[in-house]
Design a protein around this ligand. Structure first.
Ligand code: 13P
Length: 253
């Protein structure tokens, strides 16, 4: 059975103090108001992981993600953060291959594959991001573009390893723009990705893969996006920076 997941990606926002307040509010609101089984993930800056994972330790629903990691295990990589370091500060998840990492920091499919491999080997859970830019969407070949991101980034993994990966589809034209994919557009892509996974790993694994949608998810559009049969939750940016808005999104799952 696949899991429902609502993950927030705080990106490069919030001081430690402000982040701890936000996390505490979300943990409390989710405990008081959300009675479903979805997992709630807070993707926080590296500097906040240690403190915020202590806050989530008492929660059955909320856990913590890093937003990136090194593909290398240790050594002379100034400024990088290893999976061992992430484990040691209580991260359970790692967001990998976000479009901002691919676009601004040169992360190729090959690098994203290596990072995912490193995360799996450390028994952390990858949230693997994919999604097409506007020009590809307008050119019409967007399904093949995103399917290729999965093929190149993930399909070399064994079925056992692949089963541990959560996939987030985030059309780049919908990120931070206020322009959300329609439920029909999200469903079309998610169904295509699930079929693509089924063709490689079989229907059972495809049916058990959690596929999240990201891109301007808000409290007022979450319900219709989450009601799509192949949308298993969301990866939320801007709306994850306010506890009330984010909790309303959690409650929409
Ligand atoms: P927004 O929700 O701000 O569009 O960001 C989406 C995103 O990039 C989450 O990873």
């Amino acid at each position: 059975m696949r899991h429902k997941i609502v993950a927030g990606n705080w990106k490069m926002n919030k001081s430690l103090e402000a982040g701890m307040s936000l996390a505490s509010e979300v943990i409390n609101m989710v405990a008081d108001e959300y009675h479903g089984n979805a997992q709630v993930v807070l993707g926080v800056p590296f500097t906040h992981l240690s403190a915020i994972s202590k806050l989530t330790a008492g929660s059955t629903k909320v856990s913590v993600a890093a937003q990136n990691c090194s593909q290398f295990l240790s050594g002379a990589y100034t400024g990088e953060i290893s999976v061992e370091m992430l484990q040691s500060v209580g991260a359970e998840w790692v967001i990998i291959g976000h479009s901002e990492r691919r676009e601004y920091f040169g992360e190729t499919d090959a690098i994203v594959h290596e990072k995912t491999k490193t995360v799996l080997a450390a028994n952390l859970k990858p949230i693997f991001c994919c999604g097409e830019p506007l020009a590809i969407r307008e050119g019409g070949d967007y399904l093949n573009y995103v399917k290729a991101q999965l093929t190149n980034g993930l399909f070399a993994f064994s079925a056992e390893d692949f089963s541990k990966i959560v996939i987030a589809y985030e059309p780049i034209w919908a990120i931070g723009t206020g322009l959300t994919a329609s439920p029909e557009q999200a469903q079309e892509m998610h169904a295509a990705l699930r079929a693509h996974i089924a063709a490689h790993y079989g229907q059972e694994i495809a049916d058990n893969t959690s596929l999240l949608y990201g891109g301007s998810v808000k409290a007022n559009n979450a319900k219709e996006l989450f009601s799509c049969p192949d949308v298993d939750g969301g990866l939320v940016g801007g709306a994850a920076l306010q506890s009330r808005e984010f909790t309303e999104i959690v409650k929409a799952i």
